[in-house]
Design a protein around this ligand. Structure first.
Ligand SMILES: [Zn+2]
Length: 389
């Protein structure tokens, strides 16, 4: 595997967002020389990533040739584990269109090892490919996104809740079984990629994502590519402390005062007193959060206070990110559109108050509902970012 060059990425992005485009338009759209464009597009055509479409331009001239992302080209599988231990697999073309999807029980128990999980995921992917009727040679790549601490470069899991904590070469094991390239990554990198190629971060080469999910998640893009640390690990900012002192809220990670304990779905549901303790299924959390947001929207003051406190902690976190990394744009993705209206005012107030004057205005903060099918879209774009040699 190799990362595609930045020139190829620029051409693919231009064709993806402005296509169909002619070769003549590409120098202006990408900043690359015409000769480079010719070489890159020839290579992308050969690999089946893009296709040519001829269009008549009138009585006289030759038909103009336009380039677009090829819909009948390679397929990529996006796979993710559900809360109930099933594997949700989506077969996507490079345009992000879903061709086939299935959800199959992995049969993995809570007491299993990561070895057992890799075996179960491999077996389940085999079954999904079989069910799809897809030819294996058309599959470009499998993108596995897991709620775990992963080194995406090496495909290694460093930590996953309920499993023994030893580094495990998960991608290599699954890839060897299936004979297909497998990329392992954290959920949040997948969401950031989906937003970058298809959603609210389209056209932004650099941005930081903060996602309000069961926990607070995050990921970064820099110069058009996902940015991870030295060990290929995405940032874990949800457990940055935004409260200190004896009354700081306890987080499920065991520490006190994490942003997640105030601003995540789990944190807000806890703060509202709708649930006691940490052992609560994500589906139930989401339902209780829906009730919380509905009550806050109707003017219930106690619930409004919880959501605004969440917004304040989120703003403290965002301000720290700006101070530490100068991200340019912060995209906050929320689970429910009503959150935007409920949180934005308090967020802006706290965000500005915690930054040196002038710095706040250099950073654009966007709030949006996360793309509903981000797992599939993120997997499709994974194949656009990484190609087989
Ligand atoms: Zn925590």
């Amino acid at each position: 595997m190799k990362m595609v060059s930045s020139g190829e990425i620029r051409v693919l992005k231009a064709i993806r967002s402005d296509g169909p485009v002619s070769r003549r338009d590409l120098p202006e759209l990408t900043g690359l020389a015409a000769g480079t464009i010719t070489l890159i597009t020839a290579d992308l055509l050969r690999r089946g990533f893009i296709t040519e479409k001829r269009e008549a331009t009138g009585q006289s001239g030759r038909p103009r040739v336009f380039l677009e992302i090829r819909e009948d080209g390679p397929i990529v599988l996006g796979a993710t584990l559900t809360e109930n231990g099933a594997l949700r697999t989506t077969f996507v073309d490079l345009s992000g269109n879903i061709r086939f999807g299935t959800e199959i029980e992995t049969g993995i128990g809570v007491a299993g090892s990561l070895d057992d999980l890799a075996e179960a995921v491999g077996r389940t992917l085999e079954a999904a490919i079989e069910a799809s009727g897809c030819d294996r040679k058309d599959i470009e790549r499998i993108g596995l996104s897991l709620p775990a601490l992963v080194d995406s470069d090496q495909g290694v899991i460093h930590f996953m809740m309920t499993f023994p904590q030893t580094p495990f070469p998960f991608a290599k094991v699954v890839s060897a079984r299936l004979g297909l390239p497998v990329t392992l990554e954290n959920h949040m990198s997948c969401l950031a990629r989906a937003e970058h190629w298809f959603g609210q971060a389209k056209g932004l080469d650099s941005f930081t994502l903060i996602h309000i999910g069961p926990a607070i998640g995050s990921a970064q893009y820099f110069a058009g590519m996902p940015r991870t640390g030295v060990h290929g690990i995405a940032p874990q900012i949800g457990h940055v402390k935004t409260a200190r002192g004896d009354d700081a809220a306890r987080c499920y990670c065991g520490a006190h005062g994490c942003a997640t304990a105030y601003a995540s779905i789990y944190g807000m549901v806890q703060q509202a007193g709708l649930v006691d303790g940490f052992d609560i299924a994500p589906a139930q959390q989401a339902e209780l959060f829906g009730q919380l947001v509905a009550r806050a929207s109707e003017g219930d003051e106690a619930m409004l206070e919880v959501v605004e406190r969440g917004a304040a902690h989120l703003a403290l976190l965002a301000a720290d990110i700006v101070i530490a990394t100068d991200p340019g744009v912060i995209l906050v993705t929320v689970p429910d559109a009503r959150c935007i209206e409920l949180m934005r005012g308090r967020f802006d107030e706290v965000f500005r108050a915690h930054l040196v004057p002038g710095v706040a205005s250099l950073t654009e903060v966007r709030f949006a509902v996360a793309l509903p099918d981000w797992e599939a879209k993120g997997a499709a774009a994974l194949a656009l970012e990484r190609v087989r040699q």
